[in-house]
Design a protein around this ligand. Structure first.
Ligand code: NAD
Length: 490
């Protein structure tokens, strides 16, 4: 059965499928390719070059050769190129969105939202490029002048995950290029098509040869180990799972690389008895079911104060029952397929574990027969201590509800995790809201908000959720070294 439309076929026909090194698209050195599959149908969308460690080193050669000239390019010029890339993303928003829906599965409306969100990092950092500044002042003794300035860290290696194929890349490329760094990108092997299309837009925007190089590969560990062992590399920025992030941190130690790590989450979602329940349910729908639940910021554990727990569960379940499931290109679909069969198995296993420990299924709870890898949007309540999903990222459309009695108990439950990316809390008590910002151990807090991400804000976590921040004024400093000089005045 063929499910691709003519528009999809045209888009795939014009897509680059090689690796990009020094401004030239080429095959993998081995000539090998791998298949990219539509998770809604199981059909192959494209064959993409399967790069090796040697291809990775060739990409680093190009990034290293281009580094000095790009660092010396005027910040205004770097900003203008990024701004053109932003404009091109707007022009090609429908193509980028369709590609993301095809290779990752998210509904088309959400994919368009990702184009808006993701491209904004290009515009934001086009404006930050000209604001890189330093400090100038007297030393405490009054005998010298202190000058603090910044310079690009050098060639960077950027590894991205499959769940936000465009935004996870622009969140790194935007600040890296604005700062004057060259990059080698390794996109997730499950969703490389959006990155390849986007790389074409970067070339069209005027990014010089060698500044952005892309190596697609099924051998993530092999390519990455080779690149990271090379002393010309100066930084790694990784978004993905915590276990892989820990491996990369160990490898980064060998050459004392700068690191940015955007890792896994296990977000708590607290609903207090003074919350506006309509807003809390709206927030829950966004925080849990956006991106099919496959987001590092996805609410993983709902903790609801006892007096409102039944009403919150009832209203949430009503909304979840109305969600349309199907291929993301179809009208009325808000839940697409999960990325692959393993993701469906994981949701099924976590639901089975929760029910075996006493949880009740209010709606959903089962896998959906193929083609495609779908799981029913699900609400569970009565989650008991020891349930696996309290510790593990669900990464699927499963909302799990437990209750609490006092604010302190709610906070303790929320903080009882090795992760600390984001915490959500719904309350109309302003003083409590302020207290929670201090007491929730997370890098970000959604206070009466189900989505917080935007290009102007520093995104990132604490504890096992990572190191560093992407976006905001902070984002560009991840790609800049700080240089201090003392000029004696006598
Ligand atoms: P993953 O860790 O399996 O893969 C991420 C990337 O790392 C992919 O490009 C993959 O090819 C590569 N990779 C895998 N093994 C590697 C190795 N040994 N060496 C080098 N690279 C390797 O994660 P995923 O399944 O693609 O993404 C989901 C995870 O990403 C979730 O844990 C999610 O929470 C996290 N995530 C975090 C953020 C954030 O900003 N904190 C954003 C999105 C996703």
């Amino acid at each position: 059965m063929t499910t691709t439309s003519t528009r999809e076929e045209e888009l795939l026909a014009q897509l680059p499928t090689g690796i990009l090194i020094n401004g030239v698209w080429r095959s993998a050195g081995s000539g090998e390719t791998f298949a990219v599959v539509d998770p809604a149908t199981g059909e192959t969308l494209a064959q993409v070059a399967d790069g090796s460690a040697e291809d990775g080193i060739a990409a680093l050669d190009a990034a290293d050769a281009a580094a000095d000239a790009w660092a010396a390019t005027a910040p205004r010029k770097r900003g203008e190129i990024l701004r053109r890339a932003f404009d091109l993303c707007q022009e090609h928003a429908d193509d980028l969105a369709l590609l993301m829906t095809m290779e990752m599965g998210k509904p088309l409306a959400e994919a368009r939202g990702e184009v808006t969100y993701g491209s904004e990092f290009l515009r934001w950092f086009s404006e930050e490029a000209v604001r890189i500044s330093g400090r100038y002042g007297s030393n405490p003794e009054g005998t010298g002048t202190t000058i603090v300035s910044h310079r690009p860290v050098g060639p960077c290696y950027l590894i991205t995950p499959w769940n936000f194929p465009l935004a996870m890349l622009t969140r790194k490329i935007g600040p890296a290029l604005a700062a004057g760094c060259t990059v080698v990108v390794k996109p997730a092997e499950l969703t490389p098509l959006t990155s390849l299309f986007f790389a074409g837009l970067l070339l069209e925007a005027g990014v010089p040869a060698g500044v952005v190089n892309i190596v697609t590969s099924t051998d993530a560990a092999g390519v990455s180990s080779a690149i990271m062992a090379d002393p010309r590399l100066r930084k790694i920025s990784f978004t993905g799972s915590t276990p892989v992030g820990k491996k990369l941190l160990k490898q980064a130690a060998d050459n004392v690389l700068r690191t940015s790590m955007e890792l896994g989450g296990n977000a708590p979602f607290l609903v207090f008895d003074d919350a506006d329940l309509d807003k809390a349910v709206d927030g829950a729908m966004l925080a849990k079911f956006r991106n099919i639940g496959e987001a590092c910021t996805a609410a993983n554990r709902f903790f609801v104060q006892k007096d409102v727990a039944d009403e919150f569960s009832r209203r949430l379940t009503e909304r979840v029952k109305a969600l349309g499931v199907g291929r993301g290109t179809e009208d009325g679909v808000s839940i697409g397929p999960l990325i692959n069969a393993a993701a469906v198995d994981k949701s099924a296993d976590l639901v089975a574990d929760a029910t075996s420990r006493g949880a009740t299924v209010l709606t959903g709870g089962s896998r959906i027969d193929g083609p495609g890898t779908f799981f029913e949007p699900t609400v569970l309540n009565g989650i008991t201590p020891g349930t696996r999903l309290l510790r593990e990222e669900i990464f699927g459309p499963v909302a799990a509800i437990a209750t609490f009695e006092t604010e302190q108990e709610g906070v303790d439950l929320a903080n009882d995790t090795e992760f600390g990316l984001i915490a959500y809390a719904f309350t109309t008590d302003l003083a409590r809201g302020h207290r929670l910002i201090g007491s929730l151990r997370a890098g970000m807090v959604g206070l009466n908000a189900g989505v917080v991400s935007n290009a102007a804000a520093p995104f990132g976590g604490v504890k096992s959720s990572g190191l560093g921040r992407e976006g905001g004024a902070e984002g560009i400093h991840e790609y800049l070294d700080t240089i201090y000089a003392l000029l004696p005045t006598t």
